[in-house]
Design a protein around this ligand. Structure first.
Ligand code: APR
Length: 242
């Protein structure tokens, strides 16, 4: 019953917002953060994913992000990415919004027309002094600690670190999308990192039905309309099939 209920909700949605996390890319072979084998089980986030970590040891931080970029480039989109990309392509970006915490670019590589990246991307770098002088994109050879050509401060990965705010325009768009959704589909996130995790609640407060697909229960699970404890790569193709 729950899979059918979820499928009906998602397929009948006029404005579907999909909020995804690292679990969406797990079946592509990329590590999650908090699950078994997750990054924060092997490293301290404060050693790698904070402005202080970068200031303390930029080479170590670059090394970790270069390794993650390599892994992401080697990974292939899995059936969940393809199901979401196809659904957005078929229904259009006005009816299906893909909002992700992931920085791996796999939804785009699956052909998704538009992805809102809340936490930035492994494939962008920017000036650490925010001089705005440079914003490299994936075509730029991946720089190790090199100075910004405009101001000389070190370039840094174009991702959002702990203790940093989300890009204002990106977050404002995400709130608008969640507030006007009639269905929010949450996929592969432990729903513990704010403000991203709060988007589903914003949707629910504005009347949206919430469907969760996750391998294990999360703080959201008790309050969603339908909770599917399953792998994204198995469930999404069924949920979103024509
Ligand atoms: N299908 C569905 N869910 C899965 C799968 C899968 N194949 N594999 C793992 N999961 C679930 C895990 O059970 C876990 O609940 O995905 C969730 C991943 O949670 P996290 O590792 O915490 O990742 P995420 O929620 O994306 O983290 C949010 O925290 O460290 C920061 O910036 C980082 O964007 C990240 C944010």
């Amino acid at each position: 019953m729950t899979l059918k209920a979820a499928r009906d909700l998602v397929r009948e949605a006029e404005r579907l917002v999909v909020l995804s996390g690292a679990g969406l890319s797990a079946e592509s072979g990329l590590s999650t953060y908090r699950g078994a084998g997750g990054y924060w089980r092997q490293h301290r986030a404060t050693d790698l994913a904070t402005p202080e970590a970068f200031e303390r040891d930029p080479a170590l931080v670059w090394e970790w992000y270069s390794e993650r970029r390599r892994a992401a480039l080697e990974a292939l989109p899995n059936p969940a990415h393809h199901a979401l990309a196809s659904f957005q392509e078929q229904r259009g970006r006005d009816r299906v919004a893909l909002v992700t915490q992931n920085v791996d670019g796999l939804l785009q590589r699956a052909g998704a027309p538009e992805v809102l990246e809340l936490h930035g991307s492994l494939f962008r770098v920017r000036c650490s002094a925010r001089c705005g002088g440079e914003c490299h994109d994936e075509r730029t050879p991946w720089p190790h600690p090199v100075p910004c050509a405009a101001c000389g401060a070190p370039l840094r990965p174009g991702v959002v670190w702990f203790g940093e705010s989300l890009p204002e325009l990106v977050y404002a768009s995400a709130i608008d999308l969640a507030s006007s959704a009639d269905v929010v589909l949450v996929v592969g996130t432990s729903a513990v990192v704010q403000p991203a995790a709060g988007l589903a609640a914003i949707g629910a407060q504005h009347g949206a039905a919430v469907v969760e697909v996750n391998l294990e229960p999360t703080p959201l699970s008790g309050s969603v309309n339908v909770s599917l404890l399953a792998a994204a790569g198995e469930v999404l193709p069924v949920l979103l099939a024509p």
